[in-house]
Design a protein around this ligand. Structure first.
Ligand SMILES: Cc1cc2nc3c(=O)[nH]c(=O)nc-3n(C[C@H](O)[C@H](O)[C@H](O)COP(=O)(O)OP(=O)(O)OC[C@H]3O[C@@H](n4cnc5c(N)ncnc54)[C@H](O)[C@@H]3O)c2cc1C
Ligand SMILES: NC(=O)c1ccc[n+]([C@@H]2O[C@H](COP(=O)([O-])OP(=O)(O)OC[C@H]3O[C@@H](n4cnc5c(N)ncnc54)[C@H](OP(=O)(O)O)[C@@H]3O)[C@@H](O)[C@H]2O)c1
Ligand SMILES: Cc1cc2nc3c(=O)[nH]c(=O)nc-3n(C[C@H](O)[C@H](O)[C@H](O)COP(=O)(O)O)c2cc1C
Length: 564
């Protein structure tokens, strides 16, 4: 019989190898002497907000199926809690959202697992693959919490949890071979899984057709409407998807860094000048936790070490808020000796995602974005977000390199007659412009209701004319506005939702689909609270019943969020 012993190339310590070989023998002993070992059933459950973990789970499942495993892929929202007692092998692939929270589809499972009544998991062998972004203070927290809790409940980790940062290709490849080695298989060739066309790894350089500010000149805000041509690229997308954009750094910031570090801007770095590499290839603005930890060591700064080593992240977060790499350079100088040594500490310049603001059915071969320009002052210095100010200031330097980031969990209702309720203040309006254009282009019969808010009606009413036209054409049945600063007391979209609670509940009861887009940290949370309140009040439900109602909306894909 094949596969009874871990392959030699499997990268485990002698102790792990001994345990795993024992485990494999026990697992496969019923098939001793058989010609063919049946695939080992493995459940792969994903938690995902914008589709990355979902895609990895499906990709891994295909690979696993070719490698002698019998995989079942399941949305964590649909993982039957009662069936957990029957599962032997569970792989969880999850991202982290908000401030260290579970993605929406994983929240109910998260709550169940962390509840007092969570069952013993002693029968379960599991592994957690967690996706995150080390620029967030709670890096990969959801995956970490699942791992910790499963262990506490008695489950056995097959291989240690892997926390993956944004650039995860190598980590993911190593993890797949480790986990498949564990089941006595060698990962089959993954080449067939390579995506075709333009992708995150090979983006499309796209011409810009139009750029203009959607706010009036007198506004304190700037929101760039971007129209990009996809003609001839073969790229397609759907309303609800996002566009990934690789930006170009600000030349002034590049110069300041080079001058401050006393480097030669023309120094050669693998065939590129230092200036070129810093302009196009590296994140030279935002500080990540690994960077500040490495900086503390290299600068041998006790002050930074105390901050980075403290269990309480509060003081470190306070220090980092509003600071950039240039501040570390100035406040904790390091003698790098060569530009290469500095570059090695930096992360590759990451693509930024933007919710697509156009329907491909209304704008053939084009993709539109609504980009809020990030500019602020901190510690007496003017700061500029990399990608948003690339669109507002630097597109003449080079066209953007783009790719489509599919978001299957955020789509207009499949049932074209189902009502849509969309809550999208600020740049959160972007995907709803796309949804409304889609409904108009397809002559969908369902009613549409948009909640929009921004500071001042006069200068910040994004897409006003187009929304009015959609109303006249019968595709925007209700437009509810919350201009926060037009009166003494702030009025936000959730205040308007409460005012309209009775009607809103009727729409929900009538198969209404509820969508939220925009700020994750405050708005989306407050809107969620308002939604529960409306269901309680107008549905005559207890808090628990309202929560169950909302969960059911999530499970049936009638409560979808695209928040950032
Ligand atoms: C799925 C998804 C969809 C998105 N859709 C849109 C969209 O449609 N429109 C849109 O505009 N954005 C959208 N975003 C956000 C977008 O991806 C970028 O994060 C945003 O444009 C900022 O990028 P940047 O490169 O300009 O700023 P960066 O250089 O990345 O800087 C942003 C960082 O600056 C810091 N910062 C920002 N403001 C302040 C402040 N006032 N004080 C101190 N520090 C501050 C924060 O650390 C913040 O993380 C979306 C994000 C996601 C994940
Ligand atoms: N991750 C990133 O790098 C990044 C980059 C850009 C934007 N963002 C996030 O995306 C959000 C969207 O930015 P935006 O400029 O389009 O709009 P925004 O800042 O969300 O503002 C839009 C409207 O929402 C109001 N608002 C403020 N707090 C609210 C709350 N708790 N509930 C409901 N409404 C609230 C604002 O009012 P007032 O301003 O009058 O209070 C304003 O009228 C930003 O807030 C930011 O958090 C993130
Ligand atoms: C609004 C927002 C909040 C996030 N919060 C965290 C976080 O707290 N910790 C973390 O490690 N990653 C965080 N991330 C990064 C995501 O986990 C990461 O991009 C992941 O690859 C997304 O996977 P998904 O598409 O499967 O949801 C956040 C991303 C966004 C857009």
């Amino acid at each position: 019989m094949k596969h009874l012993i871990l392959p030699e190339e499997a990268p485990f310590s002698p102790e792990q190898r001994e345990w795993l070989n024992g485990y494999l023998s026990a697992l496969l002993s019923p098939y001793e002497g058989a010609d063919k070992v049946p695939g080992i059933p493995v459940t792969i459950a994903w938690g995902s907000q914008t589709g990355t973990s979902e895609t990895l789970a499906k990709k891994f499942s295909k690979l696993a199926a070719k490698s002698g495993v019998e995989p079942t892929v399941v949305d964590l929202a649909k993982l039957d809690h009662a069936s957990l007692s029957q599962l032997k092998h569970l792989i969880i692939i999850t991202s982290t959202y908000g401030d260290g929270e579970a993605p929406d589809n994983a929240q109910a499972f998260y709550d169940f697992l962390h509840s007092e009544g969570a069952p013993s998991m002693e029968h379960l062998n599991y592994s957690v693959l967690s996706l995150g972004d080390s620029s967030y203070p709670d890096f990969c927290k959801c995956g970490i919490d699942f791992d910790t809790r499963l262990k506490t409940l008695g489950a056995k980790a097959l291989i240690p949890r892997l926390d993956m940062d944004v650039d995860f290709d190598d980590d993911y490849a190593n993890w797949t071979s480790d986990i498949l080695a564990l089941f006595g298989s060698v990962a089959a060739d993954d080449e067939s899984e390579e995506e075709e066309g333009f992708t995150k790894k090979s983006p499309y350089t796209a011409p810009i057709l139009k750029l203009y500010n959607l706010n009036a000149e007198a506004s304190e805000r700037e929101t760039t409407h971007v129209e990009i041509s996809l003609e001839g690229s073969g790229i397609s997308y759907e309303a609800g998807d996002a566009l990934g954009v690789y930006p170009i750094n600000d030349a002034e910031l590049v110069d300041t860094l080079i001058t401050q570090l006393e480097f030669n801007s023309e120094a050669d770095l693998d065939g590129k000048t230092l200036r070129h590499a810093l302009t196009e290839n590296y994140e030279i603005r935002n500080i990540t936790l690994p960077l500040v930890k490495a900086w503390a060591e290299k600068a041998d700064s006790d002050e930074l070490k105390i901050l980075t080593e403290a269990e309480d992240r509060g003081p470190l977060n306070n220090y980092l808020w509003g600071r950039e790499i240039i501040d570390l350079v100035k406040e904790y100088p390091i003698d790098f000796e060569s530009a290469q040594n500095f570059i090695q500490m930096l992360k590759p310049l990451a693509a930024r995602l933007y919710s697509i603001a156009s329907s491909p059915k209304a704008h053939n071969d084009e993709v539109h974005l609504t980009v809020g320009v990030v500019k602020y002052e901190s510690n007496g210095v003017a700061r500029k977000g990399v990608c948003s100010t690339y669109f507002s200031e630097r597109t003449e330097l080079a066209n953007p390199r783009v790719f489509v980031h599919e978001n299957k969990a955020f789509r207009p209702p499949v049932d074209s007659e189902a009502p849509m309720i969309m809550v999208g203040p600020g740049t959160g309006i972007a995907p709803f412009r796309a949804f409304l254009e889609e409904r108009e282009a397809t002559e969908a019969k369902g009613e549409n209701w948009l909640f929009f808010g921004n500071p001042y009606e006069k200068v910040d009413f994004l897409y006003k004319e187009q929304l009015e036209e959609l109303s006249e054409n019968g595709y925007l049945h209700k437009l509810t506005l919350a201009f926060s600063r037009d009166q003494a007391e702030k009025i936000y979209v959730q205040n308007r939702m409460i005012e309209e609670g009775k009607t809103l509940f009727q729409w929900l009861e009538n198969n209404g689909h509820f969508y939220v887009c925009g700020d994750a940290s405050r708005m989306a949370k407050d809107v969620d609270v308002a939604l529960h309140q409306i269901i309680e009040e107008h549905g005559g439900m207890s808090a628990e019943d309202a929560a169950a109602y909302v969960n059911e909306m999530k499970n049936s894909k009638r409560y979808c969020r695209d928040v950032y």
